[in-house]
Design a protein around this ligand. Structure first.
Ligand SMILES: [Zn+2]
Length: 395
């Protein structure tokens, strides 16, 4: 009670607004969230000081072993686990997730696809499922756990037992299409989670943010004709997988509910922050998501050997701080992150720690980043917004 009273006094002083009598701490946070952008860093800390963060992780995710030298190696996630074990982040709750059920997977993938992945189980030598994607003895089990981690996160966050979740699992998911293995991905973890939230929890507006350096073709395809899932991707272009141009905006009822913002090689913190603030934020404000899912890829990091972007921890802090502010404004703080790409263990470890500290409220997000957005990033933001307006005008 004393803490609540102190917070109320601080907030009233900060906001100079009338504070509702008898408010719970969560109501205080929600009240503050509505104008946290005016209240600055202290406001963010107060919003997040009681947040419970679920972190599903499991050793089986280290047993998915693509053939030698593969960039999506167990070592990248092992480094994250080792870092969290050596220096735990206060306030996170690490748990072993369950496997995704057949029913959950079938909302996104075909029966034939599930059979194809299942048939790799127990293989004594790695099987190449496409030129980039390999399955080993325990890959099927790891993929079931990875998708299950996202399903568990949906249950725990939508029940209110946790405010947010960050599933530290692999294999990643956003390239996996309903019937096609692609890009190191077996099951589309985020798409399975979104489909579950729609089907089992009755949600009608889910935002999927995909700031991985690659376009999430699989997630886009899963919700191409849906107006219930707004899919937003920023990615390097031209680049793997070759999709994600501005004019890919969805179809039918889903027209205008896919937003692609391709960016050139070398894009960095100021560029990404600009496009999310200028092009994505107005769309999010209009959509008012009930839940935010994030394909959290860190192959945008300047240390990444594959990505070709120049992001830093300060950039991640500012960007995910923006995502969190949207969650606080629209979805009662509910945000679920799934690990996607990121092939520098050093970059991955520090980015994951940064995000976990943001989620618990231990870290204040950067309000801005050094430098200015490039002309190409400014043009990309304008072009993406104009495509959205065209879709609305013709929809
Ligand atoms: Zn990627």
């Amino acid at each position: 009670m004393l803490a609540r009273a102190r917070i109320r006094i601080v907030l009233v002083l900060l906001s100079r607004r009338r504070w509702p009598a008898g408010s719970t701490l969560k109501e205080c946070a929600d009240f503050l969230a509505r104008f946290s952008s005016q209240s600055g860093a202290l406001g963010f800390i107060l919003c997040n000081m009681t947040r419970k963060v679920l972190v599903p992780r499991d050793p089986i995710c280290l047993e998915h072993r693509p053939a030698g030298g593969h960039p999506e190696s167990p070592e990248r996630l092992a480094a994250v686990y080792a870092d969290l074990d050596a220096k735990p982040v206060p306030g996170i709750h690490m748990v072993s997730p369950r496997k995704a059920t057949r029913e959950e997977l079938l909302r996104v993938h075909s029966p034939r696809y599930l059979k194809k992945i299942e048939e790799t189980s127990g293989t004594k030598s790695p099987i190449w499922l496409d030129p980039d994607t390999c399955a080993s003895e325990h890959s099927h089990e790891a993929a079931l756990i990875a998708a299950g981690a996202l399903c568990m996160s949906v249950e725990e966050v939508l029940s209110g037992r946790f405010d947010s979740a960050f599933a530290l699992v692999r294999p990643p998911g956003h390239h996996a299409e309903p019937d096609t293995v692609m890009g190191f991905c077996l099951f589309n973890n985020v798409a399975v989670a979104a489909a579950k939230a729609l089907a089992e929890h009755g949600l009608k507006r889910i935002l999927v943010l995909d700031p991985d350096v690659h376009h999430g073709n699989g997630t886009q395809q899963a919700f191409w004709k849906s107006s219930k899932v707004l899919y937003v991707s920023t990615h390097r272009y031209p680049f793997y997988p070759g999709t994600g141009w501005f004019d890919e905006i969805g179809m039918g009822e889903g027209s205008g509910y896919t937003m692609n913002i391709p960016l050139p090689y070398g894009s960095g913190d100021a560029d990404l922050l600009h496009v999310y603030r200028e092009a994505v934020e107005p769309v999010v404000e209009a959509f008012r998501p009930e839940l935010i899912l994030v394909s959290a890829g860190f192959d945008t990091d300047k240390l990444d050997p594959l990505g070709g972007f120049e992001m830093t921890v300060a950039g991640y802090s500012a960007l995910y701080g923006l995502f969190l502010s949207w969650a606080q404004r629209f979805s009662e703080g509910r945000m679920i992150l799934a690990l996607e790409g990121g092939y520098s263990a050093t970059a991955l470890v520090r980015a994951v720690r940064c995000l976990l500290e943001l989620l618990t409220g231990a870290r204040t997000p950067e309000e801005d980043v050094p430098g200015s957005p490039s002309d190409l990033a400014r043009q990309a933001a304008s072009k993406a917004l104009s495509m959205r307006h065209m879709a609305q005008a013709t929809g």
